[in-house]
Write a protein that binds this ligand. Sequence first.
Ligand code: IPE
Ligand code: IPE
Ligand code: MG
Length: 241
Amino acid sequence: MFKKTTTVNIPKHVAIILDGNGRWAKKRGMPRTFGHQAGVENIRRIAIACQKLGIKALSVFAFSTENWNRPQSEIDYLMTLPSEFETKFHDDFLKHDIKVIFSGRKTKLSDTNLAIMKRISNDSQNRQGLVLNICFDYGSYDELTEAVKAIASDVKNGNLNPENITVDVVESHLLTKNLPSLDLLIRTSGEQRLSNFLLWQAAYAELYFTPTYWPDFSPKELYKAILEYSHRDRRFGAIKR
Ligand code: IPE
Ligand code: IPE
Ligand code: MG
């Protein structure tokens, strides 16, 4: 994994914009869904690698609020992902003590998918290992809008004085409220943008971009990203004394 002589600062919370499934498949002359299938397999591989490294939380972007703009046939395939997660991840995640949670809107997904997602999280809720946060129908605009709505409603009902709206209050309304602060945000496939993923949480995260398409992003590449993270100087606006 890492050389015994190297001191590595392991991030507590890593997020990945797992991009490039379509291009990975196209390169092989295969349909985009073939890439998504390989992408699911890789979530399993990388989650287990994160668990072994002692990372506390891994957030993966699996379907964005904007991905509904894709062709219906691709959406139909992507909507089978929760069921894929259930069948493909169950045994390994049990063995590795990985807890799964889902973040995202609950308004557009089918009842079947919502039931599967609930079952997966309920089944794994008492596990003590890595928390795998699967962001499915997730978008930061939506997350922040919902947070604003909830805070406004607390103010309206007299439960919160506007003077008391602090950073902590906002954070307590985000979907990541029970996770450590985001340390490292990785995007595969060469694109260098956030695409509406964890905008608030990324404020002081270290960013890491790689041209590798997601299905090819191996544990070895993960170690490389973590090693680079480990050498970054995180100043949070302050200066070194
Ligand atoms: C990422 O791969 C997975 C999802 C967005 C669901 P893409 O499907 O975006 O693959 P590319 O970017 O078109 O290659
Ligand atoms: C971001 O990838 C969304 C997910 C990885 C789920 P996209 O492929 O949808 O993002 P854009 O369109 O390139 O910004
Ligand atoms: Mg993409």
